[in-house]
Design a protein around this ligand. Structure first.
Ligand SMILES: Cc1ncc(COP(=O)(O)O)c(C=O)c1O
Length: 427
């Protein structure tokens, strides 16, 4: 909290640039916490917000519905193979709570009441509310609440850079998948498998090996366990495809969207489910099959309207194709980054890069400092014209998806300069 006092106030932003109260311009390498798509002050998105604000600002979705929520739900279902209906909320953590409740209640509704356990991957992150903390337990963040969290079964995630002694990368993948199969086969109380789709982002940009997610999906199917995928940080183009689950050939039973859903302008999230899951909630009131869950701002009309316009722009601009091309800009800098004294590993996919910092390259010792690494990088980044955040010992590059190649070059060059000057402070 003492550090926080010295951070700046941002007063406005345009395109990729944030402007602080002293008039300094910094490039937004955090994408406003991984959600910004088009940069700031995008006229089409502002127009959608203004127009909808004049018509209907908010109306409850209890008993009622409205045009922008309906249109958006249709659109989401259309591009989400295997999904049938949408349940709105207003942030990613809530979307994951809803996913968990849907999965747990599905088994209650269908008579398999013993199915109540959740299985997850170590290092996963699904938000900061209690259910989300339980299924995405990160000791450094959530240690203070450990006693209040519900237990989950955790399976290790293969991390190519930190494979345990005695294993090759491929052996270790087999080991992880075998562990999953052992758990699923011996325990008929498992309700759902929960994982981020494509990669673990907050867990340190751990991109899953090829076919890993697909194999988990197969195991879930084989042992009659629901698969919940979290596309909140990885979907909508961040990893270079609209949805990671289609790229990974792993259609889930339930999926959560958030962050980039509104282009990063307003707060909206969605939990989608398959017809099988949805149908189990159909019944008369006294059957008590429906989900008792709803937030005040569920399906807010302005948020839905800006989301619709955001998704129209994805199509008009051919954004996903452009991301795939621009992603190569990161590759040009791999060698130069890898040579830096403090860099142990580089992990990159689409418009996401994680640079793991170590104090000893051979021993792979995570870098440590008396002052927080985040504070050092924030200050040095700002001196070099970029807004950077680190997560533990990982420098995260998560720019707005529509960043130009020129700005991306700027970002990578300045990141290298920032690491050079920051590492001097740490070593
Ligand atoms: C994969 C993932 N799931 C869920 C969340 C939680 O979303 P929110 O911060 O909107 O609650 C995040 C946030 O970073 C995330 O990365």
């Amino acid at each position: 909290m003492n550090e926080w006092k010295s951070f700046d106030e941002i007063v406005t932003a345009k395109g990729m640039w944030l402007i602080d109260s002293k008039g300094n311009k910094i490039l937004d390498a955090v994408g406003s916490m991984w959600c910004n798509v088009w940069g700031h002050s995008k006229p089409e998105l502002i127009k959608a917000i203004v127009n909808q604000s004049k018509k209907l600002q908010h109306s409850s979705m209890f008993n009622l519905t409205h045009e922008s929520a309906e249109k958006l739900a249709e659109k989401l279902v259309r591009f989400s193979p295997g999904m049938h209906k949408v349940f709105y909320s207003d942030n990613g953590s809530s979307a994951m709570e809803i996913a968990l409740k849907l999965a747990l209640q599905y088994w209650q509704n269908t008579g398999e009441k013993q199915k109540s356990k959740i299985i997850t991957l170590e290092n996963g992150y699904h938000g900061d509310t209690f259910g989300a903390m339980s299924v995405g337990y990160v000791p450094q963040f959530f240690g203070n609440f450990k006693k209040q969290l519900f237990p989950t079964l955790q399976i290790p995630t293969p991390n190519k850079y930190r494979i345990p002694k005695g294993y090759t990368y491929s052996d270790y993948q087999i080991y992880c998948l075998d562990k999953i199969e052992t758990q699923l086969s011996k325990d008929n109380k498992i309700a759902a498998f929960v994982m981020e789709s494509g990669a673990q982002v907050a867990g340190g940009v751990l991109i899953y090996p090829k076919n890993f997610q697909k194999k988990i999906k197969k195991l879930c199917k084989k042992y009659n366990v629901l698969l919940i995928l979290d596309e909140i940080a990885t979907g909508f183009g961040r990893l270079g495809s609209m949805l990671q689950y289609t790229e990974q050939k792993s259609i889930p039973d339930i999926v959560a969207y958030g962050k980039m859903l509104t282009g990063g302008y307003l707060t909206l999230a969605a939990t989608l489910s398959s017809k099988k899951v949805y149908d189990s909630f159909i019944g008369e009131f006294n059957d008590r099959k429906h989900l008792f869950h709803g937030h005040t701002y569920t399906g807010n009309p302005i948020a839905c309207a800006v989301s619709l316009e955001n998704l129209n722009l994805y199509q008009k601009d051919n954004l996903i194709k452009k991301i795939q091309k621009k992603s190569k800009v990161f590759e040009k800098y791999y060698e130069e980054i890898a040579k830096l004294e403090s860099v142990g590993d580089i992990r990159h996919k689409g418009m996401l890069m994680g640079i793991e910092l170590v104090s000893n390259k051979k021993k792979k010792t995570p870098i440590r400092s008396k002052k927080s690494i985040n504070k050092i990088f924030f200050e040095e980044g700002k001196n070099h014209g970029i807004y950077l955040r680190t997560l533990g010992n990982i420098v995260m590059l998560v720019p707005p998806l529509a960043i130009s190649e020129k700005d991306l070059d700027f970002l990578l060059k300045r990141t290298i300069k920032t690491i050079k000057s920051a590492q001097k402070q740490v070593f």
